[in-house]
Design a protein around this ligand. Structure first.
Ligand SMILES: [Zn+2]
Length: 482
């Protein structure tokens, strides 16, 4: 069976066929960094992480890009608060570092690139200029708006007709716009460095000083770091309209190509019937949840419901997840200990355990290929825990081969795909090492962009002296530990 996914764009379940049969271009709309992340964000993170891991496990080379929105009024509103920072940029950097700490506590695999809006303003301006030139956007009072009536397919993602749409954006934009549903690509605005009220960052543009609108950033960053057409665009359910509808309109109007083949949306986490969001004040931060229950148990909680099914947070369901995680961890530990103590030349054969391993592998793959059904995948792994326990409890001599296969299955499916820290120690350090090398490569890239080729070459030589081989490819520098 091949992977089937539910595509919001068509409303259908479809076989997953990326443009290139060997690789997947994936963009996930990341966080606006104005606060700590809550469990609702973690739900999306963990599911997107496992999707990327399953695609990699299935043989695809996955290029995962996830943005940080660091230009936003919500960030500006926090300037000067406590010790958060004295500018929009400082506040954003503060929360990006907190968010990365949270991501690590959930054992998320790093995306390949975490682009920030503030670093892509030239690309955004280029895109807006193209839209103006092609007649899809117009300047009004120093701002630029997308004209939704010019894009025939506007509304195709959220299944809406323009005539029935409500106004978008701020009320005071209405008199600048041709149609109430038009949305801002660029907002006129001045910095107010001397005012008591801090203003957000502004940039020079062909339309004067201003800031990018919200939606245009993802189109620009997706095209910059991936391609005009990507395979999978992911985000929370709340982004279907207007954010993703607008991304499609502005991207496809600019390039004339399909923007993303598959649109997938993670349902929001609910608490007592309400969806979880910072503004409702009912949120539970990732930090609190991880310190109370542990990263693996939180992961277990979030994966115990498929990404597109309804999930409600409660103390009780989290406690159940803690038990499920402990059961998996204990089963794995017991299997490892028994393998270490068993004789590899043993003649014992336990057909029940051997077929349980095979069944778990089949059921796990079938579950993941069934639109990433992590709930069923976990059930399959826990069935293997049951079979291992039964084997160990009922015999004096162990089936070494079956136990070794069980351990491998737990590590491959439980750790590599579902991202649980089963074997535990060391993995965090390897991740940190990867991040440090990436950091040095970024510095080298910047030196090269600035024309300092000698310094860039020195950095490469220094890395090679440490046994880190650097190779330049079309999509940037890659490295390998020798
Ligand atoms: Zn986005």
């Amino acid at each position: 069976m091949t992977l089937q996914v539910t595509n919001t764009l068509t409303g259908e379940r479809e076989p997953f066929e990326p443009q290139d049969p060997e690789s997947v271009l994936l963009y996930y709309c990341g966080l606006t960094v104005s606060d700590f992340a809550h469990l609702g964000h973690a739900r999306s993170w963990v599911h997107v992480d496992v999707m990327a891991r399953w695609l990699e496990h299935s043989g695809y080379d996955v290029r995962h890009v996830e943005n940080f929105t660091d230009v936003n009024e919500k960030i500006v509103a926090r300037v000067g608060e406590d010790d958060l920072g004295e500018s929009e940029d400082e506040v954003a950097r503060h929360f990006i570092s907190e968010v990365i700490t949270d991501m690590r506590s959930l054992n998320l695999k790093r995306a390949e690139v975490y682009p920030r809006v503030s670093e892509h303003v030239p690309e955004i301006i280029d895109l807006v200029e193209t839209l103006v030139e092609k007649g899809y956007a117009y300047e009004s009072n120093g701002s630029v708006y997308f004209d939704v009536t010019e894009f025939d397919e506007y509304g195709k993602l959220s299944n809406q007709k323009i005539e029935e749409m409500e106004a978008q954006g701020e009320a005071d934009e209405l008199e600048e716009k041709r149609h109430p549903a038009d949305f801002a690509l660029w907002k006129a605005g001045e910095a107010h460095p001397d005012d008591a009220e801090p203003g957000g960052q502004t940039w020079d543009s062909p339309w004067g000083e201003g800031r990018p609108g919200w939606h245009i950033e993802c189109s620009a960053m997706s095209m910059t770091h991936l391609d005009d057409t990507i395979d999978v665009h992911l985000g929370g359910q709340d982004l279907v309209f207007p954010h993703h509808e607008n991304e499609i309109a502005q991207s496809e109007a600019a390039t004339g190509k399909q923007f993303a083949k598959y649109w997938m949306h993670v349902r929001l986490l609910e608490t007592g019937g309400e969806k979880m969001s910072s503004s409702l004040q009912n949120y539970f931060t990732v930090r609190n949840a991880v310190s109370e229950f542990g990263g693996d148990a939180v992961r277990m909680f979030l994966l115990s419901t498929a990404y597109n099914n309804r999930q409600t947070y409660s103390e009780e369901t989290l406690n159940e997840a803690v038990e499920r995680w402990e059961r998996l961890e204990r089963g794995y530990d017991r299997a490892v200990e028994a393998t270490d103590s068993a004789d590899a030349r043993t003649k014992v054969e336990d057909e029940t355990l051997r077929s349980a391993v095979a069944e778990t592998r089949d059921e796990f793959a079938a579950a993941m290929d069934d639109d990433f059904n992590t709930r069923e995948a976990i059930t399959a792994l826990l069935e293997l825990v049951g079979a291992v326990n039964k084997h160990l409890d009922s015999r004096d001599e162990y089936d070494y081969r079956a136990l070794r296969d069980s351990v491998e299955t737990f590590e491959e499916l439980g750790e590599e795909v579902l991202g649980f820290a089963l074997a535990g120690d060391g993995e965090g350090e390897v991740e940190l090492l990867d991040e440090l090398v990436e950091l040095v490569l970024d510095v080298r890239e910047r030196e090269r962009d600035a024309g300092n080729y000698e310094r860039a070459d020195d950095l490469r030589d220094d890395l090679e002296a440490l046994g880190i081989e650097v190779q330049d490819t079309d999509s940037g520098a890659e490295f390998r530990l020798e």
